[in-house]
Write a protein that binds this ligand. Sequence first.
Ligand SMILES: Nc1ncnc2c1ncn2[C@@H]1O[C@H](COP(=O)(O)OS(=O)(=O)O)[C@@H](OP(=O)(O)O)[C@H]1O
Ligand SMILES: Nc1ncnc2c1ncn2[C@@H]1O[C@H](COP(=O)(O)OP(=O)(O)O)[C@@H](O)[C@H]1O
Length: 421
Amino acid sequence: MLSPTDLELADLALVLLGVRLPFRRLGGTLADPDEGAGGAEHQVGLALPDPQATAAVRAGQVLLADRQGIPVAALDDVRGEPGGIRGRVRALAAAIRTEHPASGPAVPAVPAVPAVQAVLAGRPFLADEPAPDVALVLVPTGGATPDGMPSRTLREAVRAGLPTGSATRLAEVPFAFRDPASDRALADAVGRAFGAARTEVLGAGDARWREVLGRLDRADPLPTTLVAADVATHLERWRPPPSRRGLVVMFTGLSGSGKSTLAAALADHVRDRTERTTSVLDGDEVRRLLSADLGFDKAARETNVRRIGFVASLVAEHGGVAVCAPIAPYAATRQEVRQRVEQVGDFLLVHVATPLEVCEERDVKGLYARARAGLVPQFTGISDPYEEPDDADVVVDTSRLTEQQALDVVLAHLRAGGWLS
Ligand SMILES: Nc1ncnc2c1ncn2[C@@H]1O[C@H](COP(=O)(O)OS(=O)(=O)O)[C@@H](OP(=O)(O)O)[C@H]1O
Ligand SMILES: Nc1ncnc2c1ncn2[C@@H]1O[C@H](COP(=O)(O)OP(=O)(O)O)[C@@H](O)[C@H]1O
C-alpha cells in the first residue's frame, strides 16, 4: 500500500470524481502533460522511487491510501515508466468519501446535472456575470487560493455574489492549486468532466480581478459595477489595505551586520509614531526562549527560522507588524517563510548587506575572533554559508549608512507601499 502526498491525493480525488487529469502524473503540472489514453478507465502515473516501483510492477497492482491510511483507490495493470509507475485507476467503492470535509454536500451528485455553466476557480462572482444553474466552486485543498483567500471567504463571497432570488446551486470541488497554467488546465478538465459550459479562472490574466485587488490595496471603494455590494464586504475583510494588513519585516544578514539594531529601531518607530502594534522576534532572544534546543547546523538553523516565521505569521494574521532579525542564511527557508506569511499578510525581506570584513571588525560579541581561532564551529561567513538573497525587498549596508539612514531607507519603503503613513 502506498501513501501518496497531499497534492497527489487531491488529484486522485478529482480522478475518482471522473476528472481526466491533464497531467501525466498525480500531483503533476502542465510541464509534463498527459498525452496518454483517456476514456472511463483512466490511466494515471505516480512518481515512485525504484525499489517500490519495481515491486508494484511485479505485483501488477498497488493500493493507494489516504492520510488516515484507508485505501481509497487501486492502480491496476501497473507498468513502470521513468521515475515512477503508471496504471488504471479503480475506486475502492467502500472507501470513497462522497463528502468533502469542508463543504458538506456530496460532490459526485453534480455530474448528473446537465446545465452546469461555470467552474469558478478561486474567485467570487464578479458583477454582471450571468448566474449559472450550477456553479462548481473549486475549493482550495491547501486552505487558501494562490492569492491567499481562505476557503471560507471564497465560499461566502461566491454565495454573496449570486443575484437575489437566483436558483444557482453551488457545488464544491476540492482543488489543489499549483501554477497558473496548470490550474487553468485542471479547472478546464473539471469543467469538462461535469459538463460545464464555461470556466472562469482567477489568474494574472483576469483584468477585472486585478482591478479588484488593486482597489483593495489602495482602499478605494469597490463599485457595484465590479462586484456586488455583499461580495465587497467579504473581500474588504479578507484583504484590508496595507495600513491595516498584517506585515512581517525580516532582517537577514551576517552576525554583527546590524539586524538587531535596525529591528529595534524600526519597532520603536512603529510603536512611538504610528497606530500599529508590533512585536520583535530578535535572533538572540528567540534562541534563548523559542529555540533553546537548537544548535547551528543546517537543519537546526532551518528549524529556527521556520519557528520564527510561524510566530511572525500569527502576528500578521491578526493585523500586527512582526519584526524579526535572524541570520536566516538559507534562501529556501526564507522563501518558505515568505510563502507562509503571504497567506495571511505581507512579507518584506530586508538584506542587511554589511560586508563580512566590517562585521568582523566590529566583532561585538567577540565571536568572529573565536571562530577564526577555531573555537566556534560552523560560524556564518567564516566556516558556514550565507546565501545572499536575490529577492530582498530592501538592501541596506550599514558600513555606508548610519543607523538612522538605514532605518530611513526601510521606512521609505514601508511608506511607499502604504504599510506605514
Ligand atoms: N555558529 C554560529 N553561527 C552564527 N551565529 C552564531 C553561531 N554561534 C552562535 N551564534 C550567535 O547566534 C546568533 C545567530 O542566531 P540566529 O538564530 O540569528 O541564526 S540562524 O538564523 O538560525 O542561522 C548570532 O547573533 P547575531 O550576531 O545577532 O546575528 C551569534 O551571536
Ligand atoms: N550604521 C549602523 N547600523 C546599525 N548598526 C551599526 C551601524 N554602525 C555600527 N553599528 C553597530 O554594529 C553592531 C551591530 O550589531 P547588531 O545590531 O547586534 O547586529 P546583528 O543583529 O546583525 O548581529 C552594533 O554594535 C551597532 O551599534
